[in-house]
Design a binder for this molecule. Structure first.
Ligand code: 5GP
Length: 369
């Protein structure tokens, strides 16, 4: 019989973190944003657990280098070839940017070729340890996903492996036999159509709580992927016990995201010299990796048994990524001071989460300049 689980599942917009007395710090500067991650399969990495999404628009070299240089984590999208990645590794070495926290992405299709790509990176470009692999599939429930994950673990016993995406706790233990980090989130992404097209998905807050609880019980880690609208959502994810957070749309309007700045002109209601004044606005293209556009670009077209589960968007241009990265570190540090956490690691211990009906005051939002 079909069951309806009647407990309401919550999303980021349904909650807030309640400020409170604790070991409150006088300054955001005193907060330790760096965390040491001891992974289930033996490796250790250090940094602030924020990732760029492994999407073609934001999983590029420029953005990856920016995040790595700030002590964050980074992914590269799966469509880069060995020599391109090799050149990137060399450019990071030349610029003294550590690639210890860089994840190279592979997909499930053509697993032999993908595994060979990782081996070539090692032999040709001394990718060597520390090396990190992201095995990415929109739906990690398909049986082939576990097979590929097990193979990659067998071939790369000393790697940190992140695998996903999933949207329920039941699959976590199985994946953690081979993976170190489970990437959680289906249907939450800003360029995602999965919920509309399939009706499937789980709200992020409830998902993080469920998956973190299961993963942490066996020393696994989780990455909350998709649905980050504001830096506050990253803070919420950490408070809920996510070890890592992955964001795409947040970086997609920046100079560093793939593609040119697109200029558009709009007539306004203001009349100047008898004609409507024209306002210029700037945009960047952002598309889901399951969109028709991505299928045409990377898979030679949309297969006739599939439907597009990704949007193609023009989103407002937001300028240099540095500003956003500073907002992220500043916002997380500030959150720590509100709840009395001396480090990001302690956020989940210190935070009290409240369920709300109204999260933000939007009264003057449309007047923002
Ligand atoms: P955002 O930060 O933009 O809200 O979400 C980024 C995440 O959306 C990605 O990391 C990935 O998990 C997911 N995503 C990317 N492209 C697609 C797509 O075409 N369809 C769906 N369902 N999810 C996508």
């Amino acid at each position: 019989m079909t069951q309806i689980l009647s407990e309401v599942n919550l999303d980021y917009s349904d909650i807030l973190i309640r400020p409170k007395m604790g070991i409150n710090l006088n300054s955001r500067r005193d907060v330790n944003l760096t965390r040491v991650f001891k992974f289930k399969h033996g490796q250790t990495r250090t940094g602030l657990g924020v990732f760029n999404a492994n999407m073609a628009t934001v999983g590029n070299f420029v953005i990856a280098k920016k995040l790595l240089a700030r002590g964050m984590f980074a992914t590269l999208h799966k469509h880069y070839g060995v020599d391109e990645i090799g050149a990137f590794l060399e450019s990071c070495r030349a610029d003294n940017v550590s690639c210890d926290n860089l994840f190279v992405t592979i997909g499930l299709k053509n697993a032999d070729l993908e595994i060979q790509k990782l081996k070539d990176l090692e032999s040709k470009y001394k990718w060597g340890a520390p090396r990190n692999i992201c095995i990415d599939a929109p739906n990690f429930y398909i049986p082939n996903a576990l097979d590929v994950l097990a193979r990659v673990r067998y071939e790369f016993p000393d790697s940190v492996i992140m695998a996903g995406n999933i949207a329920s706790g039941d699959i976590c233990l199985k994946l953690l036999d081979y993976a170190d980090i489970i990437k959680c989130g289906i249907g939450s992404g800003s360029a995602c159509l999965t919920r509309r097209q399939t009706g499937c998905g789980t709200p992020m807050v409830s998902l993080i709580l469920e998956c973190a609880d299961i993963a942490h019980s066996v020393n696994g880690h989780i990455c909350a992927d998709g649905g980050i609208v504001d830096v506050g959502d990253i803070c919420k994810a950490f408070c809920l016990n996510a070890d890592f957070v992955m964001a795409g749309g947040m970086f997609a309007g920046t100079d560093e995201a793939a593609g040119d700045i697109i200029e558009k002109h709009f007539e306004t209601n203001e009349i100047i010299d008898g004609a409507r004044a024209v306002q210029t606005k700037y945009f960047k293209a952002y598309y889901g990796m399951s969109s028709e556009y991505a299928n045409n670009k990377f898979a030679g077209g949309m297969a006739d048994y599939k439907t597009s589960e990704g949007r193609e968007l023009l989103i407002p241009y937001t300028g240099p990524i540095d500003k956003i990265l500073q907002d992220i570190t500043g916002g997380i540090a500030s959150c720590c001071t509100y709840v009395g956490a001396t480090s990001v690691k302690h956020l989940s211990k210190c935070a009290t989460i409240i369920q709300v009906h109204n999260q933000l005051n939007r009264v003057f939002e449309k007047y923002s300049v």
